[in-house]
Design a protein around this ligand. Structure first.
Ligand code: HEM
Ligand code: NAG
Ligand code: NAG
Ligand code: NAG
Ligand code: NAG
Ligand code: NAG
Ligand code: NAG
Length: 340
């Protein structure tokens, strides 16, 4: 073959590559109907498992809402938080914000196993986190049910270092929180709305606002009550406090009402109300007075968060078979025509 022939072959290969790349581009955005043909059972399977898990333990709804957040802020929504320690993988589960804190992994395993049975190697772990978060919030009070977008592929690595860098801390000031959210493309509306997830769930006593950062406050009765519940910064991880004292397991707008009375549990919570700014306090007020506005914004911001750094190109990432581990090399990836 002459040099022109070789050039033609190279050219054809390039064209083929470009065609593959453009097919990838067709799937560059998440869609609500991604599994409608390849795994329509996803909706009923996840809903049933979430119902079961929340019935066993109310708090599980909160833990699962948090997992999606902690996934998306670290290298995007790629299921990285689910990876266990393994050769080459330093699990994010032991990062500052997750160690002795992130939970719900066995529930994700159960959902994944059920989905692998119904539609093998089709539903990504990152997508499971997104729908589990929605179904959890809805199960404990968020209404109406919003549409989840799908089509994320799972990443093949994790980073404890990036988890430490990207997950905000409970002692952060409003400016620091704002910066961390903006680092992943989220703004103040998203920050205030997504923080409303603290209307459910628990916090370890050592992280409540009595210790570390001293937030000026005038609510002495609240402080006395909190001191009774958390007498010291106990190192016992099992000593917990509700994030919303009024309705601890109900997804509602009480979180914002609490903030306006100076009853935020974590320092970062109370800064949303106590910081002078053109947006935060007005939004807290709006969400406290109009639950429907919170219920409208929370899904919008969750969907925005769910789009952070997603892998949609089929030449990248994978559909993990076990959410805790990257697929072994022996497992040759099928090219799945998920929803053409
Ligand atoms: C704004 C910055 C945020 C900070 C500093 C923060 C910090 C925290 C801390 C310190 C805890 C308690 C962890 C423990 O003691 O083990 C917690 C719990 C929780 N967080 Fe956040 N969080 C933030 C934003 C969010 C967002 C955006 C969501 C979800 C949309 C979320 C959902 C939750 C939930 C549901 C819990 C309770 C989890 C459980 O009971 O297992 N948080 N958060
Ligand atoms: C996680 O917490 C345990 C205590 O339960 C501690 O021994 C360990 O050093 C922590 N891991 C990291 C990476 O900080
Ligand atoms: C993880 O993998 C992605 C894609 O290959 C890469 O861009 C990223 O830098 C990797 N991150 C780490 C922490 O290795
Ligand atoms: C988040 O905020 C902390 C505190 O200001 C900062 O150290 C960290 O670099 C921030 N992370 C990102 C990704 O901006
Ligand atoms: C945040 O971004 C959304 C669009 O994603 C926009 O509607 C909203 O006005 C923005 N909020 C602020 C405070 O800029
Ligand atoms: C403090 O606790 C008492 C007794 O449980 C309760 O009646 C009161 O409403 C609480 N006050 C605040 C501000 O939390
Ligand atoms: C913290 O308070 C608990 C009671 O709630 C007590 O049993 C424990 O000894 C205290 N720890 C410290 C270090 O004071």
């Amino acid at each position: 073959m002459g040099s022109t022939g070789a050039g033609a072959v190279v050219g054809l290969c390039l064209l083929a590559l470009m065609a593959v790349a453009s097919i990838g581009l067709v799937h560059a955005t998440l869609t609500p109907n991604f599994y409608d043909r390849s795994c329509p059972q996803i909706y009923s399977i996840v809903k049933a498992e979430i119902k079961k898990a929340v019935k066993v333990e109310k708090r599980m709804a909160a833990s699962l809402v948090r997992l999606h957040f902690h996934d998306c802020f670290v290298q995007g929504c790629d299921g990285s938080i689910l990876l266990d320690n393994a050769p080459g993988i330093l699990s994010e589960k032991f990062s500052l914000a997750n160690n002795n804190s992130a939970r719900g992994f066995p529930v994700i395993d159960t959902i994944k196993a059920a989905l692998e049975k119904a539609c093998p190697r089709t539903v990504s772990c990152a997508d499971i986190l997104a729908i589990a978060s929605r179904d959890s919030a809805v199960e404990v009070g968020l209404t109406p049910e919003y549409q989840v977008l799908f089509g994320r592929r799972d990443g093949t690595n994790a980073s404890r270092e990036l988890a430490d860098k990207f997950l905000p801390g409970p002692q952060f000031t409003y400016e620091q929180l704002k910066q961390n959210f903006s680092a992943v493309g989220l703004n103040e509306t998203d920050l205030v709305a997504l923080s409303g997830a603290h209307t459910i769930g628990r916090v370890r006593c050592q992280l409540v606002r009595l210790f570390g950062v001293n937030i000026p406050d005038t609510n002495a009765e609240f402080r006395a009550n909190l001191s009774k519940a958390c007498p010291n910064a106990s190192v016992d991880f099992s000593v917990l406090q509700n994030l919303d004292l009024k309705t601890p397991d109900k997804f509602d707008n009480n979180y914002y009402k609490n903030l306006r009375r100076g009853e935020g549990i974590i320092p970062s919570d109370q800064t949303l109300q106590n910081t002078d700014g053109p947006i935060n306090r007005a939004l807290v007020k709006d969400f406290a007075q109009n639950q429907e506005n919170f219920f409208k914004q929370f899904p919008i911001s969750t969907i925005k968060m769910g789009n952070i750094g997603v892998i949609t190109d089929r030449s990248k990432g994978q559909i993990r078979v076990n959410c805790r581990f990257v697929n072994p090399p022996s497992l040759i990836e099928q090219v799945l025509v998920a929803s053409e």
